[in-house]
Design a protein around this ligand. Structure first.
Ligand code: A2P
Length: 337
């Protein structure tokens, strides 16, 4: 059985990666409809050796597609997802637009596959934030085995999370600064080249940024535990692809670094780097891969129930495109075939 799919935001960073991964994973695609705004309609993209015209989402008949991958920004999803859902196109949405609505499932296939059943409520499934996804893949096996009371996390997030323009800006700032030219920040509130910025998304009334609060809200929803405490600091670093996270957890019952390594080695979607010196980084390990990499697993010397981990994943792949496609694969396996 093959499916007709549409990709909204097909000319963007995540949309292009979705098309690539659909090919790589041999997803059962019958017809693909690349969609964007009127700006890009009429361009052509390559898919499975064919040249396919990009269509204006405004004129698209959503009943033509059975599955829709949406990654064109929150406002665009708000405009089209209900229309698509009503027309029978099951939307897998990469934006934060629907993530916090109680009747919309928020799914990481390795972590909470059962939540997917609720897709029937509105034919919309939300893909979590990139930083949350990799943290969930790494922490779920620990939560299941020994429980987690509290998570302290600091992220080191690449500029690809802010889209294509932000990547171009990092490259240009590096070149300009190295040749003595002045720079003017646009995508970020400060210079991003040779700098780190402790602000991702906008500030909230409580002094946290929205990116940080996404990690709090989404962790509770995905793990199905409102009592879990999350204390995040989200930081943008001058890296093109891949997010890293220093995660410090307090478990409900005491465990050991050895036990955590064993748990994670047997868990789906993870690569465990066991030796201290084998720690993963964005370049050479996680970037371009679909797995989440975990290293520096050690006991917290300041707390009897503390465990520390270093978690790295490709934010455009596992953090967005791959996770969306895994959701679609699960949907097909469980409900559409
Ligand atoms: P377009 O090429 O027409 O601007 P990125 O995150 O890399 O910046 O990409 C954003 C993606 O979302 C692009 O494919 C862009 O298409 C698409 N997009 C943005 N706004 C709209 C809109 N109002 N309607 C449809 N697609 C949109």
């Amino acid at each position: 059985q093959k499916f007709d799919v549409c990709v909204l935001g097909a000319t963007g960073l995540v949309g292009k990666t979705i098309l690539e991964i659909l090919e790589q994973r041999d997803f059962p695609v019958n017809k693909v409809y690349p969609l964007a705004s009127a700006r890009s309609a009429g361009q052509f993209i390559e898919f499975n050796g064919e040249s396919i015209e990009v269509l204006d989402a405004d004129n698209f008949d959503w009943s033509l597609a059975q599955i829709g991958f949406f990654s064109a920004g929150g406002a665009t999803s708000a405009k089209y997802a209900p229309m698509a859902g009503d027309a029978g196109c099951i939307v897998i949405d990469n934006t934060s637009e629907y993530r916090y609505e109680a009747d919309i499932p928020l799914v990481v296939p390795e972590v909470n596959p059962d939540a997917l059943a609720d897709y029937r409520n509105r034919n919309i499934i939300a893909n979590p934030n990139c930083s949350t996804i990799q943290m969930m893949v790494a922490l779920k096996p620990i939560q299941e085995a020994v429980g987690i009371d509290r998570i302290n996390v600091c992220t080191y997030q690449s500029v690809s999370g802010a889209g294509k323009e932000a990547m171009d800006e990092l490259a240009k700032q590096c070149a300009d600064l190295l040749s003595g030219k002045p720079i003017e920040p646009k995508s970020f509130s400060r210079q991003i080249a040779f700098n780190v910025i402790p602000q991702i998304d906008v500030f909230q009334d409580n002094g946290y940024t929205k990116e940080e609060m996404k990690m709090v809200w989404e962790t509770k929803k995905i793990l199905g535990d409102d009592s879990i405490l999350v204390n995040p600091t989200a930081v943008r670093v001058p890296v093109f692809f891949g997010h890293a996270e220093a995660i410090h957890i307090e478990t409900r019952t005491q465990t050991s670094a050895e036990e955590v390594k064993e748990l994670l080695k047997n868990a789906p979607g993870l690569v465990v780097c066991e030796a201290d010196e084998d720690f993963p980084t964005q370049i050479g390990d996680a970037s371009g891969k679909d797995e989440t990499y975990v290293g520096r697993i050690r006991e917290d010397i300041s707390h009897p129930n503390g465990i520390n981990l270093w978690v790295v994943a490709d934010n455009v792949r596992k953090g967005a495109a791959t996770n969306s496609i895994q959701i679609a694969e699960l949907l097909i396996e469980q409900y559409l075939s």
